[in-house]
Design a binder for this molecule. Sequence first.
Ligand SMILES: NC(=O)c1ccc[n+]([C@@H]2O[C@H](COP(=O)([O-])OP(=O)(O)OC[C@H]3O[C@@H](n4cnc5c(N)ncnc54)[C@H](O)[C@@H]3O)[C@@H](O)[C@H]2O)c1
Length: 442
Amino acid sequence: MQRIGASPSRIPVMNSTSVSRRQLLAGTAATAVIAGFPSLLLAQGNTAKLKIGLIGCGGRGTGAAEQALNADPNVVLWAVGDAFPESIQSSLNGLKSFGAKVDVPAERQFSGLDAYQKVLESGVDVVLLAAPPGFRPQHLRAAVEAGKHVFSEKPMAVDVAGVKSVMESAKLAKQKGVAIQHGYCWRFAPGVRELYGKITSGELGRVHSVYGTYMGSPPKPLQPGMTKPDGMADVEWQLRWWNNFEWTSGGPLLEQAVHTVDKIAWSMGDAAPIAAVANGGRAIRTDAGNVYDHYNIAYEYPGGVICHLGERQFPGCHTEVVDRIYCEKGTAVAPNTPMVLGPDGKRSWMYRAPAGMEQNMYQVCHNEFFASLRKGEIINTGEYMANSTMLGLLGREAAHTGQRVTWDQMWAAGQDHAPDTLKMGDSFAIAPVPVPGVHKLA
Ligand SMILES: NC(=O)c1ccc[n+]([C@@H]2O[C@H](COP(=O)([O-])OP(=O)(O)OC[C@H]3O[C@@H](n4cnc5c(N)ncnc54)[C@H](O)[C@@H]3O)[C@@H](O)[C@H]2O)c1
């Protein structure tokens, strides 16, 4: 196993291209200066008003809009789109305190499954993608094709075809000089960054193993016995309860615990894994949805390193989100109160926030995004986001199939949960809950 922090060219990396993820991320951090492509920002000048479009006006979308509006003095929320008009109203109500920075008259409020296209056509410069992840590949592709800079929430997709589409969009974005900023928010938390810097720089020596958890309750669960109301189409009902269906959410591992998946990737220097062995199932859930409620995954990395992830959404149980990265020279513990425990188990380092430094990871993300746009630089984290999403899918599919699934098998698969052409009024049968030993990776 290569020491984390070793030469990027010798580390197998999480994509099929010859460019290593380490190199990619280094390029990302430094960003590329816009050259040769039409850039709204360069064309308008560095302080020009930036018009923001929000696609997906739920809790996180509204939060992202808030952070974008706080990030820069000359931005305006210009257009919003959501599957349902009531989400739009609730989001705009929540943003009232921004006054004139929210300039979204009725004619720039779009609802329906084509709302994203209308937002993109409304004259926006930057879009915030925060619809359910099943739609992300489609929304990202359209945004990049339209030449809009993108902030995208995680995860990037719910199936293999979606991840591959995101990879293509990331490449297209590079060609077009379009930015993609990611929503794996822990990578922006200053203390977590400092801690992980000690791992990825090699300061803590070789990584022996990782133990990560994401244990909480299910967000917006269907209750047992709840069924689709008479007269409502399948697609509409499943969208209203999107967290409960795999084609819309990817299930809890992708939708929520992908943060811990991403931190496993981070602690391993974003190197490619070999395979995963996992189990999971529906221990508690009896509702009409088809997502699991728990997973336990062992990701296998070169050099015999095993990264374990435990995820569950059980109400009324102990909750925690913890990362423990066991290294040669100590154990890194995150994300709350980032610290290092020495070989004797005693704390040898703890993060102390410098006075005045922004600590809200969501805000840091947007501050850096808008600052880079103002500098005429292009952040493009699309490939990295796709890879971390694929790492989540690897764990999920190992559990769903009950097989040891390799990274290469994932990239060779064609799994595609739903067509892009679904309409709100369409019928769409709920796929059966995957049974390990029976379910196959398509
Ligand atoms: N980074 C984080 O910490 C974090 C936290 C929460 C959620 N998220 C992510 O943000 C995304 C949204 O989650 P949320 O908690 O805001 O959910 P939410 O249910 O509150 O909001 C989702 C919104 O998208 C709308 N929508 C559904 N289908 C749509 C479509 N095709 N086009 C446009 N809008 C559509 C819904 O009506 C809803 O208003 C998810 O990907 C989730 O994983 C990230």
